[in-house]
Design a protein around this ligand. Structure first.
Ligand code: AMP
Ligand code: MN
Ligand code: MN
Ligand code: MN
Length: 279
């Protein structure tokens, strides 16, 4: 298939601002031919997105973005083409949601001790029925005037080394890849330049990722759109024989820290496209 598409985005089922139906409507309005909904550690929005996509004639790829641990670092692995009902994946995601709940509480306690009273209830209210992410805390900080902007919330309170940073008790990368593959999906290393890794460390990550059954990597990412970045990622993708994925990591309309749906840069033409390998 051809035409614009997007294999990485979020709805309000995790830390996006739009309901799954609204994300799909936006994608259709922008003329996308295919969209993967990849919420953090949940597939709870996929059924709604599939219903909406059917009404627009848009191809909806069921997906998820898992938070995983490798060598005590948090990485993100996107699962594409997963069966959202598959029991192993369901059980795994239930475990992740418990880890998120505990971490969400721990972040709130730390922020309240640091003087941000009402943080826990505030983030809970922003999240609605979604599991808490740091982005919900950041949105509460902005809305309650604790910080001037979303980025400042991370810089001052939420990033590693700050008072509100609590490492998540995420699944091991190898196990996360198994959950995705067990549910019929392809595991994709998300935004590889987003972890602050040197080339040598990225190589170690890719060695472990491919050895564990990872099948693709994001080469065209909303967060690293420069031609040099795409070329660099394309080089790694070729070397490891991975399928090339493209995704914006859209979270919200007009959001400065993420891109519009479908706005990832173009993939180098010689790379095998992950989209074409999906069932
Ligand atoms: P969590 O998975 O709970 O650690 O939350 C991470 C989410 O927060 C990511 O998926 C992003 O949407 C957002 N995020 C993390 N770091 C930043 C940052 N520096 N600026 C903006 N958003 C960020
Ligand atoms: Mn996010
Ligand atoms: Mn991510
Ligand atoms: Mn994402």
């Amino acid at each position: 298939m051809s035409g614009p598409y997007d294999l990485h985005c979020h709805s309000a089922t995790s830390d996006g601002h739009l309901a799954p139906t609204e994300v799909v409507a936006r994608a259709a309005g922008l003329g996308l031919a295919a969209l993967a909904l990849t919420d953090h550690d949940t597939v709870a929005g996929v059924a709604e997105a599939q219903r909406a996509a059917a009404s627009y004639g848009l191809r909806l790829v069921p997906g998820v973005e898992l938070s995983v641990l490798w060598q005590r670092r948090t990485l993100h692995v996107v699962g594409l083409g997963v069966d959202p009902q598959e029991p192993g994946l369901q059980a795994g995601l239930a475990q992740m949601q418990r880890a998120r709940q505990e971490r969400g509480e721990a972040i709130g306690e730390r922020l309240e001790q640091a003087g941000l009273s009402g943080a826990r209830a505030g983030a809970r209210a922003v999240a609605g029925s979604a599991d808490i992410t740091r982005a919900h805390y950041a949105r509460w900080m902005v809305a309650s005037g604790q910080v001037r902007g979303f980025e400042e919330a991370f810089k001052r309170y939420l990033r590693q080394g700050r008072v509100g940073y609590v490492p998540g008790d995420w699944v091991a990368m190898e196990q996360g890849i198994e959950w995705i593959r067990g549910a019929g999906g392809i595991a994709v290393l998300a935004h590889p330049l987003g972890y602050g890794l040197t080339g040598a460390w990225l190589r170690r990550v890719l060695d472990a990722f491919t050895a564990a059954g990872g099948g693709g990597m994001e080469v065209a990412c909303g967060s690293s759109p420069e031609p040099r970045q795409v070329q660099r990622l394309g080089g790694w993708c070729r070397r490891y024989g991975l399928l090339a994925s493209a995704g914006s990591d859209f979270h919200a309309p007009g959001d400065l820290s993420s891109r519009e749906l479908g706005a990832a840069p173009a993939l180098p033409g010689d790379l095998p496209r992950l989209l074409d390998a999906l069932p």
